[in-house]
Design a protein around this ligand. Structure first.
Ligand SMILES: NC(=O)c1ccc[n+]([C@@H]2O[C@H](COP(=O)([O-])OP(=O)(O)OC[C@H]3O[C@@H](n4cnc5c(N)ncnc54)[C@H](OP(=O)(O)O)[C@@H]3O)[C@@H](O)[C@H]2O)c1
Length: 307
């Protein structure tokens, strides 16, 4: 029998949301409700086939969001980065994030987990002030903390899946090369295996927020990092697993200030999260069982690049 504890999942057809839906299904404590703009899309139909409730909503339409959240105890929120010009049809990430939190309040949601990253203007004391894709999430995070709803934010690293979704790992004559703008060979990056570790973190938080005896603290931001590692070391790890030559080269700046400052800041601050041990002890104390990057390479990289 499926659970009566409904939790709504934004971005359920995407990387993070699908990780959450899959993990919740495997666990069984909660009944995930997948939010999509198009319940007839291939991805949405696939989720429905797993026995998941699929609900249509568009974050630009508040009424549809309130309706999608009614009856849900908790919500996983993912917002998408965007650039101006904005309009009612294409609102900014901050507008969308705040509207979802307002809608959750109206619908009586008790707990929100928000997918975020640190604000880089604040972290760098103004040195990197053009990374709206980070600062916007930080602004939503602050709004969430002040909302009066119990909440937690995930601070994610660069998605390990960027190797294929962003084409960071490319075939060469002798094997493969990883290429990322601005990053030096020795700078560390935080890698998050989204498909595994985001679902793991969200489930642990959903299971913990009502339990007064545990370590859950509302309003906290939790780094979710599978490994802090240089791209050179990641290349060596992949080389070992594939038995092929894998190199790392620094790509030139993209010319887009928001991205170039993001890469420069990431390289300067070694991926932002090195002060938190891996795996994050605050989340493992709540029951999360994180993977290693070696497991990611074994399970995900080998099958895509191993032929
Ligand atoms: N790539 C990285 O390394 C990295 C690192 C840290 C943070 N991030 C952040 O991660 C976020 C992207 O997450 P992701 O990769 O999981 O996204 P994704 O795979 O691109 O999925 C986006 C999801 O959002 C849904 N969606 C899009 N517009 C919508 C709307 N108007 N209303 C309702 N749902 C909508 C889509 O569902 P339907 O199409 O079914 O409606 C889809 O499921 C970005 O904000 C990015 O800044 C990325």
């Amino acid at each position: 029998m499926s659970s009566s504890r409904i939790v709504a999942v934004f971005g359920a057809t995407g990387h993070q949301g699908s990780s959450v839906v899959q993990r919740l299904l495997k666990d069984g404590t909660f009944a995930p409700r997948a939010i999509t703009r198009d319940p007839q899309s291939e991805a949405a139909v696939k989720i429905k086939g797993l026995g998941v409730e699929v609900v249509k909503a568009d974050t630009a339409d508040k009424t549809s969001v309130v309706n999608a959240l009614r009856g849900a105890e908790a919500v996983f929120v993912v917002t998408l980065s965007g650039f101006p010009p904005y309009s009612p049809e294409k609102p900014s990430e901050v507008t969308v994030g705040k509207a979802i939190i307002n809608a959750a309040k109206e619908a009586g949601v008790k707990f929100i987990v928000f997918s975020s990253v640190p604000g880089l203007t604040k972290l760098s004391r103004g040195k990197y002030s053009k990374v709206s894709i980070y600062d916007d999430k930080a602004e939503i995070e602050e709004y969430l903390k002040a909302s009066g709803i119990a909440n937690a934010s995930l601070h994610l690293g660069g998605f390990a899946e960027n190797l294929w979704t962003r084409n960071n790992l490319k075939k060469t004559d002798t094997g493969f090369n990883i290429s990322v703008p601005i990053y030096t060979p020795t700078a560390l990056n935080a890698f998050t295996w989204v498909g595994h570790d985001v679902g793991e973190a969200v489930l642990a938080l959903f299971k913990s927020y009502l339990d007064p005896s545990n370590f859950f603290v509302s309003g906290k931001a939790y780094p979710v990092v599978t490994a802090n590692m240089s791209y050179t070391d990641l290349a060596a790890m992949i080389a070992k697993a594939l038995g092929k030559d894998v190199t790392f080269t620094t790509a030139p700046p993209t010319g887009i200030p928001a991205y170039d400052e993001m890469f420069a800041a990431g390289a300067e601050y070694d991926g932002f999260y090195t002060s938190t041990p891996v795996p994050n002890p605050d989340l493992t104390a709540l029951g999360a069982k994180f993977a290693t990057l070696e497991e990611f390479v074994e399970m995900e990289v080998k099958k895509r690049f191993g032929q």
